[in-house]
Each structure stands twice: as C-alpha cells, then as structure tokens.
Design a protein around this ligand. Structure first.
Ligand code: MG
Length: 400
C-alpha cells in the first residue's frame, strides 16, 4: 500500500480487452486505487498514449523497443517514465501492490513470474502463462506475499464459491461452465466451412480475437481446465482444494450467467451468477477480500428467463480432450499444446489454416511432443520454441 492508503495498480496489456475494462473499473473507485503503471506490447500506441494522458500513471512500459516508438512515447508523455524492451512489462511489479496481467498468450509469462517473485498480488487474466509454465509458476507463487486472484470469469467464480466452505478438503468437483462459443450446436459436418466471421461472432462475451477463436474450438475451455487444476489442484490448505483432473468437469451453459460451480462432498453445489461482464471479476481481483462498491453485471431476475445446461460435444470439438491429455501429462506438455495452439490460431486469423484443421494441427503437434521436463523457466521457453517450430511444420501440410 502507498502512503495515501490507495492500492497501487499496474496494468500489463492495457490496450487489450482486459486492460481497457480494468481502467474502466479503476475509474469507478478513484480513491481506493491508484494507477501507477500502464504497459502494452506497442501495437496500439495511440491508445496507450491516450490512456496515459487520461490516467497519468508514473510509468508507461512497452515491449516494442524500436527507437521511433520509444521516441514517440517520450515526446507524447512528458514527465512520465518510459520503459521499453522485453522486460519492461515485467518490471512494473516493483512499483505496484497488484498487477493485472491482461497480456495475450505466452508473452505474458514474464509478467506473471515477475509479479509473484516480487511478492505481489497477480490479478491473472493471462491464463496461458499459468497453463504453459505451471510447475515454474507454482514455485514463484510460494514467494512470501505473492498470491494469484483469477480474473478469468470461471476461475474467479470458483474462487468465490470456495469461500462458502471453511473446510477446503470437502470439495467433490469443480464444474466449469462454457458458453459453447459461436459454433455451438453445429455437427462435425457443419463445421467444415467455418469462416473467420463465424468464429469471431461470440454470442455472449466481447473479447479479443485470440480468445474468441479459442472459444469457438473449445480450446479456451481446455486451457481453463488446466488453469483450474493449477489454481486449485494443490492439496487442501496449500492454495488448493486437492482436486485432480477427474474432478474438473465442463458443462455447456449458453447464457453465460452461471460462471462456474463447486460441488461439495455432501452433494451441495454453490454457483456464482451474474450477467457476463468481465469488470466484475477484474474488480473482485482488485478488491479481494473486500468487494467493489460498484455493481457490474447484476441480474434482473424478472427478465432473466431460463438457464440451460448440456454436455459438450466432444466429437465435434476435439480440442477439449487434447487439453485434458496435456494437463494429465504435465511437465511441458501443456506448454507444447499452448504454443501449437497460438501458432494455429494465428494462422487461422491470417486466413491460411481452415478452422476445421486447427484440431488436426494440434493433434499432429502433440503426437510429436518430446516429453521435456519443466525444470525452470528456460526449459519452458525452450519447449514453447520447439513446439512452435513443430506446429509451423504441421500447419504447412494442412493449408489447402
Ligand atoms: Mg474464461
């Protein structure tokens, strides 16, 4: 905490969907939170400059360290400390009580590790860092003062539900809800000709393109199963509630109002409900164990109507099973899958790899997984690099 008593917040990935919504949340509680730093990749420089002019953080960081970019930022923001380069975003933890990690993909790993190693709270939206580098992140999480509060809506929901019970050993299963994405209900046959527009047309959530494509393949849910295991799988009392992969289930819930559930050993299920609005989990991660005074996503029960639940179609959406396999294999298998997925999704977004071939690219890449151990961050980064090379090769053969 700073002298004023306000919680000092740094936002990594400030120009993305999570970042912009975090600034929105902070704006509703200006006395409780002080925005100390903004960080972004550098691809949306005008937005970053506009954010810095409005919120006046002490520090602005960009990953892009080309001289003209740094020069533009320095010129535009007099009096603001500009940091640039590969480690710039990771350096923000030193000057903050909470770091919101809204970076997209594996690139967010340095922010996750630096925040935990600095003994700070990590408000984690970047699930890929936790999924890919699980064993390494778990070690960093043991740093005194370090904690992870999930911003991913399902995991945030579970975090809330677990507070309903004082005895962490009494959890029977975690049930992650999935909207089913924009292609829910289509058969394998009907999924042969999915366009970019189809895949990006999410019915309930407005998110960035990478996660929206992941949602269309159910890979997002697959990554979230591994994420749930990392967050809550440790023995009861040691961050977790002792659940294994057999106790993490996925149910499709198209309305995205029930954000996830915890079933206890006596059969009782506790769920968290709200209208889909990421500002609620962002605010929860900032305020925990307190809550924001500003409501995001409250439910109008007179208009809510029905809540539906159905099993996921594992035949049409093969990515979910791949994620369970990688999660169970552990070590660098999730890093391998995540890297292959990032390459495949980028290729789909480039208009090269057909949607229906994403799962084939991932299956072929996982068949070539080399079984490396996740001893340290360098081992994880090396596995990520090897997996990307393999995925590029596999995709080459799948592009029509
Ligand atoms: Mg989620």
């Amino acid at each position: 905490m700073s002298g004023s008593g306000a919680v000092r917040v740094a936002v990594a990935g400030s120009t993305g969907s999570i970042g912009t919504q975090t600034l929105d949340v902070l704006g509703t509680e200006p006395h409780a939170y002080e925005l100390t730093a903004l960080g972004a990749g550098g691809g949306h420089l005008d937005l970053l400059i506009a954010q810095a002019r409005k919120h006046r953080p002490k520090i602005v960081a960009i990953a892009d360290d080309r001289l003209d970019t740094v020069h533009r930022l320095t010129e535009a923001l007099p009096g603001c400390e500009v940091r640039a380069g590969a480690q710039a975003l990771a350096s923000l933890a030193e000057d903050a009580d909470v770091v919101v990690n809204g970076v997209v993909g594996f690139a967010g790993l340095s922010v996750t590790l630096a925040t935990l190693e600095a003994g700070r709270r990590l408000a984690l939206a970047n699930k890929e860092s936790l999924v890919a580098a699980g064993p390494v992140v778990q070690r960093a999480r043991r740093t005194p003062g370090a904690e992870i509060i999930p911003v991913d809506s399902e995991h945030c929901a579970i975090h809330m539900c677990l507070r309903a019970n004082d005895e962490p050993g009494r959890v029977a299963r975690l049930v992650l809800t999935a909207s089913g994405g924009p292609l829910r209900g289509r058969t394998r046959d009907e999924l042969r000709n999915v366009s970019l527009e189809d895949a990006l047309n999410h019915p309930t959530w407005s998110m960035g393109p990478k996660i929206t494509v992941d949602s269309s393949t159910l890979m997002n849910k697959g990554l979230e199963v591994v994420e749930a295991h990392e967050l809550f799988g440790a023995p009861a009392g040691d961050h977790g509630c002792g659940i294994g992969f057999d106790q993490i289930e996925v149910v499709v819930h198209p309305q995205s109002v029930v954000h996830s559930m915890v079933e206890f050993t006596d059969g009782a299920t506790i769920a968290q409900l709200s209208m889909p609005d990421m500002r609620l989990p962002i605010g929860y991660a900032l305020a925990h164990p307190d809550r924001l005074g500003t409501p995001f996503g409250p439910i109008d029960w007179t208009r809510l109507g029905r809540l539906d639940f159905e099993p996921p179609d594992l035949d049409a959406f093969g990515c979910l099973a791949l994620a369970y396999q990688a999660g169970r294999a552990g070590e660098t298998a999730p890093a391998w899958l995540n890297a292959a997925n990032e390459v495949a999704v980028a290729s789909f977004l480039d208009g090269k790899l057909p949607w229906g071939r994403i799962v084939d690219a991932l299956t072929a890449s996982m068949d070539r997984y080399d079984g490396g151990t996740a001893d340290d961050v360098d081992a994880v980064i090396a596995a990520d690099t090897r997996a990307r090379a393999v995925a590029h090769q596999m995709i080459e053969g799948l592009i029509p």
